[in-house]
Structures are given as C-alpha cells and as structure tokens.
Design a protein around this ligand. Structure first.
Ligand code: PHE
Length: 417
C-alpha cells in the first residue's frame, strides 16, 4: 500500500487527515516579499531593523542579530508546544492553520522560531518572515502576511548594572534547579519566579522601545494606548494600539517571556521580553495602501512608487487607477451531513481563492436559512471580484463564478439553488 504524500519546494511530505494545504498556498512559499527591494513591506522591515541596530550596541556593534531566511515549514512542537500553547487551544485548529500533516504546518507566527534560537545561545535577536493563517477574505486579510518578532534577554548584571542587591528571581526560586519551582501566572503583575523590580524594569524598557519605534515610523504626535492581553508564551502581556484613520488599530503583541520557555531552551539566569509586529498593517497605514493584495503586485505602476526612496521619506500611495468591482452571489443547500453551524467558512474561502485566484477581493456570508418544512439548510455568500490592474467583464466573472460553483458542488456535496 502506498503512502500519500505532497511535494513542497522539492521535499516530500506524508499527508494525513490533517492535510489542508492547497497548491495556491504552496505557490506563495519562497516569494519573500519582505526581502524584495522595492516592496513596501521591505521598506518597513528595514526601518524596524535599523531602529534595533542603532538603539542597542555592544562596543560599537549591533547587539541584535537578524534572521530573515528561516524556513516557514515548522513542526507543531515549534509553533505550539515549545511556546506552552495547550493542546486544546483554538489557535491549533485545522480551520485556522495550514497543515501539511498532523506534525507539520506552515508557521502561523514568527514566534515559532523563538525556542530554537534561544537554544542556540542567542540573547538578542529579530525573526522576520512570512506567516500563514486561514482567515476571512477582505481588503485587510490575506492567508499570507509578514511579521517581525524579537527577543531581548538580560542577566542580572546587564539588567541591574552596579546594583548587586537587586535580583531577577525571588529568593525561593533556585536557578540551579529551576524544574523544582512551579511558576504561577496568577498574579497579573508578574510571574511568581520573578521579582517585581525585574519585571517592572523589563516592562518599562520594552514599552519605551516599542513606543520609540512607533514614533520613528508614524511621527512624534501619533496617539497610542496599551491594552492588557493574554498570550500563552508571555506574562504579563500587552498589545499596542495606535489611533489611525479615526479608529484604534492593533499593531503588535508583546510581553515578558514565560520562564519555563527560557529554562527549557537554555538560559536559567536571565529574564527576557518578546514582541511581534505585523508588517502589512504598518505598511498599509504608513503608505495609505487600500488593499492587502497590492503587496503582491508586480505591476510597475505600484512598485515604482517605492523605488529608490529614502527609507524615512513620507510616501503616499497613489492608486494607479481603480477598476470596477463585480459582485455575484452564490446560494446552495447543504447536504444532510452538514448544518449552517458545522459548515467551515474557511474551507469555502480557500476553495474560492484556489479557483478564483487574486481577482477575489472579498467573500461575505450574506444569509443563513433553514427551510421551515423540509428542514434543509441553506447558505448564501457574496463574492466580490476585482482585478487590480484591469477591468473584468461580466462574462469573464460569470465564467469564474460558474467554475467555483462546480468545485463547491464537487467538494462539499451541496446543491446550487
Ligand atoms: N506571536 C504573537 C502573534 O502572532 C505576537 C507576540 C509575539 C506576542 C511575541 C507576544 C510575544 O499574535
């Protein structure tokens, strides 16, 4: 009996009941938009890296090392287990991640590399790359986006220079036998192993640097606020929101790294903070880019606007021109084994994108309906089509729409109404 497998970038992977990666998604691997010279994501990446290079130096050399070429194919251990993400946590769901098989997926965040880099002995580092999440389809969501993650760890002598009586750890925590200590996160202020002094100083440094970075990017007058958050791998944790375009927008998550993660990766005498920023959000806001799909544009009308620019120059994207949208609805009856509550929206979205490609601008669930007599379940979706670089004809859209309908019938066993 032969074992089913897929080829991804020349490597063979066994497939199983978790496999949900599609050829369309595989085609994004290796595009590395964050490294493309004239891509707005690359400009934001360089500005962030420059901030960390210039703000932290040791004897004139940058203290942060930068990893921007790590392979996006990771294990569930890297993406979840090493980060203390519980086995029943919703972020592991098949409906939210692109799995290659039960043990392997496309990383859902850059934090997936945190433990391995700590284990290799690094103390200050940035991890930059493409991450993959199944999500809805609209102008701000795309299944691939880019993140900059960072870690800064310090020993007692670095955190409290010249203050030998200040400690990172509480007296009942034994650095030689860290496994004998049960590290609680019940106190909202700090982890039980850490002193309040060490936690507060790290919190201040973390917040000060992230605000300084935000001001470098958006200008001195940017309005911001900190929001308490929860991440399984940090405690305490926060999100930073900026006031932009008349609304609060989340731009990063951060916190004090859980001591268990440091201990299993190596350092038992340090405290660390970590953060993760989304590059698309920042680039779209900074340059007023209205649609996330434009990041993937190879059109010279787009890319030349970001060519040969001074990194800190104020650039406002000028739409090359705006082509019209075309909206078609799709209604169908679900087969007996599915209900309007068990049908997985993200499965539908992936199929629509697989067939329609990048002319799909948005997919909206328009209506849910249970027939009062037959008890049959029905769904209606609106699909908005728009090409970024030319006008689509209604006939052309109808043809794509028909092809999607056929695939939806074949894949989910629905009946088009
Ligand atoms: N990985 C988190 C996310 O993707 C961001 C984060 C990174 C939060 C590091 C805390 C520390 O949302």
């Amino acid at each position: 009996k032969s074992i089913a497998s897929v080829d991804i970038k020349g490597k063979q992977f066994v497939t199983d009941d978790y496999t949900n990666i599609t050829p369309k998604i595989v085609s994004y691997l290796g595009k590395n938009l964050h490294m493309q010279k004239h891509n707005p994501l690359s400009i934001v990446r360089q500005r962030i890296v420059n901030y960390f290079y210039s703000s932290f130096t040791q004897r004139g050399n940058p203290a942060f090392s930068v990893y921007d070429n790590l392979c996006p194919i990771v294990t569930t251990k890297q993406n979840f287990d090493d980060l203390l993400i519980p086995s029943d946590h919703p972020s592991r769901a098949k409906s939210d991640c692109y799995y290659i098989n039960r043990g392997t997926l496309l990383r859902a965040h850059m934090t997936a590399h945190q433990s391995e880099l700590l284990r290799s002995g690094l103390d200050n580092f940035l991890m930059i790359g493409d991450v993959y999440r199944r999500d809805e389809i609209d102008s701000t969501h795309f299944p691939v986006f880019h993140q900059v993650d960072g870690v800064r760890s310090q020993r007692k002598d670095e955190l409290f220079p010249g203050q030998p009586d200040l400690e990172i750890f509480e007296a009942n925590y034994d650095q030689k036998n860290p496994h004998t200590f049960i590290n609680s996160i019940k106190d909202p202020m700090k982890q039980s192993c850490h002193t309040l002094e060490a936690t507060k100083l790290m919190e201040t440094q973390l917040k000060t640097h992230l605000i300084a970075l935000t001001k470098v990017l958006f200008g001195e007058t940017i309005k911001y606020r900190w929001v308490e958050e929860y991440f399984p791998f940090t405690h305490p944790s926060w999100e930073l929101e900026i006031f932009f375009d008349n609304k609060w927008m989340e731009i990063l998550g951060c916190g004090i790294v859980r001591n268990e993660i440091l201990v299993s990766a190596g350092p038992t005498n340090s405290i660390a903070y970590a953060f993760g920023l989304g590059l698309e959000r920042l680039a779209m806001a900074l340059y007023k880019i209205p649609d996330i799909r434009l990041m993937w544009s190879t059109d010279s009308g787009f890319l030349t606007q970001f060519e040969n620019v001074n990194l800190n120059e104020r650039i406002t994207y000028k739409p090359v021109s705006s082509y019209p949208q075309c909206t078609n609805d799709m209604s169908f009856w679900l087969p007996e084994n599915l209900t309007i509550d068990t049908f997985v929206n993200n499965d539908f979205y992936d199929l629509v994108r697989d067939i329609g490609g990048d002319i799909i601008e948005q997919v909206r669930l328009k209506d849910k309906f249970v027939h009062p007599k037959t008890k049959k379940h029905s769904l209606c979706y609106s699909i908005v089509y728009r090409h970024l670089e030319r006008t689509l004809t209604q006939a052309e859209v109808n043809q794509v729409h028909k092809t999607i309908e056929k695939a939806v019938v074949d894949t989910f066993g629905v009946a088009i109404r």
